[in-house]
Design a protein around this ligand. Structure first.
Ligand code: ME8
Length: 497
């Protein structure tokens, strides 16, 4: 079975911040989980490189836009490497393959009369790259209703996509397939917006030089969002007729800021092309600081490199996935970070692994005693596996982690009660073998969330699994019986406050 997952492609006008990391880490977690359950996963991410905003940023830096986009795109790639992101494809909208796809789609839609030439007269917000109808603007104070920044007035000839033709079709589709928009509370927002009436969408810009040329007699450039959304098709090998076997996307992760583009314009474009629609579009919430969205333009970004330095890659990944239910906003604070790190990672998980291995070394000469799992523990393991799977299929990372931590807590409790350091050797054997089995299962379960820690635990257990050769079942645990344990290392050092 295949699993196609995407993140937004990020603008390269500034370096990646915590928000970009959030979506990409979440996508990585899903990609890894589905690989572990035996699926053929295709994980797409990349950079959105056209438009005035990017050209202006290059100009400000005093370098050519080509050099600028190369450098900035490389920064995103480097960040993903640092964060242990296992993408299958990193797409850039400046790639030839993508340019060809955009022009092919443009031509096809024009031939089908889904695109026509008209005149656009209205406002444009360059930071949001969005056309804003006159009725949404106060003429005395022309600012963007979304981001509050000044807008430009535009009157120019433009090609339009007949978005209005898809109003009824979209509403019917969403009525029949309400599960496509997630979380469910976002569906109403989308259907209300469509019900108010959709205007045709201007998809070319006259003045923009840094963009894909429209395949029209006039030399216009293609509107950046029309260009960007098509990246998901380029990566699926669209040639004007066919797509590869990964199509359609199974999950498209986005932030709530770009829901309308993905839940309205994008499906309408696919309908016009006669292609299957994504199975799920999930719009997560924002990380905020003092209740304001964290973003470059607000100047309140938290540098991911600082966080990595302080909490490590897995500390960062764990916090983002555990702290806030995916879908809701979350207020960033270093205090919360430290609390989570110390309690869940250093205390609960770190101590469990350290204590158990220490005792295996002392009492059993570093060899894992024969595997013993009590029926209660077996029941708990089964329950956790099922619940994690359910939560992951609903893209609920924090609850999935709560489930895994039930195992961590239970094993720590067993150690505290049974005190194997102070009990007859047969009883110690049972306790430690049970803990080792549990730790092994935990190392598998945490792999999608904190892969580095999972690898470290595996190294300590002297075992290595290949992510696409493993299926998440409790059967694997017998693998560790009789094994010599590897070198011990501290997983998470408590942070002093
Ligand atoms: O919108 N909290 O790119 P972009 C959580 N190029 N997530 C956040 C966030 C925050 N404070 N800030 C950003 C674009 N994000 C377009 C997308 S797709 C065809 C084109 C994340 O660089 C979140 O995923 O502005 C959001 O949707 C995305 O970054 C916007 O990135």
């Amino acid at each position: 079975m295949k699993f196609y997952i995407t993140t937004p492609i990020y603008y390269v006008n500034a370096s990646p911040h915590i928000g970009h990391c959030y979506t990409t880490i979440a996508a990585d977690c899903l990609a890894r989980y589905h690989k572990m359950t035996g699926k053929d996963v295709y994980f797409l991410t990349g950079t959105d490189e056209h438009g005035d905003k990017i050209a202006l940023a290059a100009e400000k830096k005093g370098i050519s836009v080509e050099q600028f986009t190369d450098e900035m795109s490389a920064m995103f790639k480097k960040m993903w490497e640092k964060l242990d992101i296992s993408y299958s494809r990193f797409i850039r909208t400046t790639e030839n393959q993508h340019i060809k796809t955009v022009q092919t789609v443009f031509k096809k839609l024009m031939d089908n009369n889904d695109i026509y030439l008209g005149t656009y007269s209205g406002y444009y917000c360059t930071p949001c790259e969005f056309f804003i109808p006159r009725i949404k603007i106060d003429e005395n104070n022309p600012v963007c209703p979304d981001c509050g920044r000044p807008v430009k007035i535009i009157k120019e000839n433009s090609y339009f996509f007949r978005l209005s033709n898809y109003e009824k079709l979209l509403l019917e589709y969403l009525k029949k397939n309400p599960q496509v928009i997630q979380p469910q509370f976002r569906l109403e927002e989308v259907t209300n917006f469509i019900s108010q009436g959709l205007n045709d969408l201007s998809i070319t810009r006259h003045g923009t030089v840094w963009g894909i040329q429209s395949p029209t007699p006039e030399k216009y450039s293609v509107y950046v969002w029309f260009d960007a959304l098509l990246n998901y098709l380029t990566a699926a090998g669209y040639d004007g007729k066919n797509v590869n076997h990964y199509w359609p996307p199974d999950v498209q992760l986005i932030g709530k800021d770009i829901l309308r583009f993905h839940a309205i314009i994008w499906p309408a474009m696919l309908m016009a092309l006669g292609l299957e629609l994504p199975k799920m579009i999930f719009a997560h919430g924002w990380w905020t600081l003092g209740s304001e969205k964290i973003s470059k333009s607000k100047g309140n970004i938290i540098d991911p490199l600082y966080i990595i330095e302080r909490f490590g890659v897995d500390g960062f990944r764990y916090f983002l996935l555990r702290e806030v239910p995916f879908g809701l906003d979350g207020e960033y604070s270093e205090e919360k970070f430290i609390k989570r790190f110390n309690s869940d990672l250093a205390n609960d998980l770190g101590n469990l692994v350290n204590r158990t291995l220490n005792l295996v070394e002392k009492l059993f000469e570093n060899t894992v005693p024969d595997v013993f799992v009590s029926s209660e523990m077996e029941h708990l393991m089964e329950e956790v596996l099922i619940n994690v799977d359910n939560f992951i299929s609903r893209i609920n990372f924090s609850e999935a982690l709560v489930e895994i931590w039930k195992l961590v807590t239970e094993l720590n409790k067993i150690l505290d009660i049974k005190k194997p350091w102070n009990s007859p050797i047969e009883s110690a054997r049972e306790t430690l073998s049970q803990c080792m089995s549990g730790i092994y299962l935990i190392s598998l379960l945490i792999y999608p969330f904190i892969p580095g820690t999972s690898r470290k635990i595996q190294a300590m257990l002297n075992i290595e699994f290949k992510e696409n050769e493993i299926t998440l079942t409790k059967k694997n645990i017998s693998l560790i019986s009789g094994r010599k344990v590897g070198k011990r290392e501290i997983l998470f050092k408590r942070i002093k406050t």
